[in-house]
Design a binder for this molecule. Structure first.
Ligand code: SAM
Length: 258
């Protein structure tokens, strides 16, 4: 199943703005640490693949968490170049490759982590087959992604009239992630809808969105963007009660069955 590529991280300047616009707080890392610990369930892990690693937001963190050798794989030249320039990421083995065709040996990995990549995939079954191929038997794949089911929870969405259609065309439904993974030989262990604390209050959240580092918002016209972000900033100022903002996202844990 070939799908049209919706967004190219090698166009524009998202590789420069992503790190500041999408920085992860300790509270967010704590959420993901709990999820990874639960997914690995005490397994010893020697090789990890951060698949679609982008700037490596998670790569060094995964290395510290699992004490394993981590490979960061991404198809974007610019995102990887930026990742390699970060001195904190020197221990990572960076690979420029497509998730649908991985230059990694069969059954050589213990854990594949795929965060906000699934909706970008050109060929989902091919990527899942590659994950199954590189994982050892009984080893773990975690996919964290927005889905068609979480879409309407995003506060910014109604401010950008074309954003919903853009995302509905590319976000998977939960059931399809599970079904395609099963077809690839990856059995579902757990699905959770996770609430992540993305900002301490609404005005801070508005500034995060204003970084325009969500690919959907790169795909709306500049005119729609300017109008939408002005309205969203006003909304966030008006509605702020000093409460943290939580984003909803789906997390799926699979194990290679055969
Ligand atoms: C939203 S970013 C997420 C990056 C990283 N996982 C994170 O959470 O910071 C999506 C990344 O997936 C990469 N990507 C998209 N499709 C890919 C594919 N088919 N193969 C490899 N990388 C891909 C993009 O180049 C981009 O760096």
């Amino acid at each position: 199943m070939e799908r049209e590529v919706g967004f190219d991280y090698d166009r524009g300047d998202i590789h420069r703005t992503y790190a500041s616009g999408r920085a992860l707080s300790p509270a967010q890392f704590a959420v993901w640490e709990e999820l990874v610990s639960e997914a690995l369930g005490g397994d010893s892990v020697r090789r990890v693949v951060d698949l679609g690693c982008g700037l490596g937001r998670f790569s060094a963190w995964l290395s510290g968490l699992t004490d394993a050798a981590v490979a960061g794989v991404d198809r974007s030249e610019r995102m990887l170049a930026q990742a390699m320039a970060d001195p904190a990421e020197r221990t990572i083995h960076w690979i420029r490759a497509s998730a649908e065709k991985l230059p990694i040996r069969d059954a050589s990995c213990d854990f594949v982590w795929m965060f906000l990549v699934y909706h970008h995939l050109v060929d989902r079954p091919a990527c899942l087959a590659e994950c199954a191929r590189i994982l050892g038997r009984g080893r773990t794949l975690v996919i964290v992604n927005s889905t068609a089911e979480t879409l309407d929870s995003y506060l910014w969405l109604p401010f950008f009239p074309s954003a919903r259609a853009i995302d509905l065309a590319r976000l998977p439904r939960r059931a399809s992630v599970i079904e395609l993974a099963r077809d690839a030989g990856l059995g579902l262990v757990c699905h959770r809808t996770v609430m992540t604390p993305v900002a301490p209050d609404l005005p801070t959240y508005a500034e995060r969105i204003a970084s325009r580092t969500i690919s959907t918002l790169q795909m709306v016209s500049d005119e729609e963007w300017a109008h939408g972000i002005a309205g969203f900033r006003r909304y966030c100022q008006r509605e702020d009660r000093g409460q943290p903002v939580l984003d909803e996202i789906d997390a799926f844990t699979f194990r290679r069955v055969t």
